[in-house]
Design a binder for this molecule. Structure first.
Ligand code: GLN
Length: 246
């Protein structure tokens, strides 16, 4: 009888442990917005893919967490951290405003805004952007830049590709978006649009980082250490050459 009880107790305890899951087997729910190639997009298999997705999966492996990707609207990501999702990776620029709500990992990629113009357009400097209707993805740094351009109106889209489609259709005068997606779209719509470097317009460098819950230093330290390790062991550079046309 005593043996049976000890046995039952052992079974109950191990089931309990399994149910709670040690922090090692816990899912890491990662928010992204799969509309931002080459960092995140829907792959041929219908699942989110891209540099950021591969990077966060590699980080998950290093820290022993199973990565589950949630594809959300970009503008909802910051507010979803700590409720719907644990962290967000979405080519997200570190900004002072976002830092009021979330913490950021160490930066992993340098970016800058580019201006996509119709092929043959004479737009070439900041003064040319004044008073224009400018396509942007809602809630992005491109969207915030338009607020500071005299007389310009932001035409906001949930999906960056819809902004570029409207540029091709003549519904907006140009599109402001990060360098790498701008290059991808310029390639995709070759002959119709051209992507101009932000340096021509005086745009500042931006830095992508993983957004995390405020004050979770344990998670932050783990993610930052994993990022460092992936840079040292060559995985990071391998992913850059696999996904990003630099
Ligand atoms: N880097 C820009 C931002 O953080 C755009 C990101 C995106 O559209 N995924 O606002």
């Amino acid at each position: 009888m005593k043996k049976l009880l000890v046995c039952l107790l052992a079974i109950t305890m191990s089931v309990g442990l399994l149910a709670c899951g040690g922090s090692n087997s816990e899912d890491l729910i990662v928010g992204t917005n799969a509309e931002f190639p080459p960092f995140e997009y829907i792959g041929d298999n219908g699942e989110p893919d891209g540099f950021d997705i591969a990077l966060i999966k590699a980080i998950g492996e290093k820290i022993g967490r199973n990565v589950v990707i949630e594809n959300l609207e970009f503008s909802s990501l910051v507010a979803s951290i700590g409720t719907k999702i644990d962290v967000a990776i979405a080519g997200m620029t570190v900004t002072e405003e976002r830092k009021l709500t979330v913490d950021f990992s160490d930066p992993y990629y340098e970016a800058v805004q580019y201006v996509i113009i119709p092929d043959g357009s004479s737009i070439s400097a900041m003064a040319d952007l004044e008073g224009l209707t400018i396509g942007v993805q809602l809630g992005t740094t491109g969207d915030f830049i338009v607020e500071d351009i005299a007389g310009a109106t932001a035409s906001q889209y949930q999906k960056a590709v819809d902004a570029v489609n409207d540029l091709v259709n003549g519904r907006v005068d140009c599109v402001i978006i990060d360098r790498n997606p701008a290059l991808v779209f310029a390639d995709k719509f070759a002959g119709q649009v051209v992507a101009l470097p932000g340096s021509q317009f005086g745009f500042d460098a931006e830095f992508y980082a993983i957004a995390m819950p405020k004050g979770d230093t344990e998670l932050a330290n783990k993610i930052n250490q994993a990022l460092k390790d992936l840079k040292t062991d060559g995985t990071f550079d391998k992913l850059v050459s696999q996904y990003i046309e630099e």
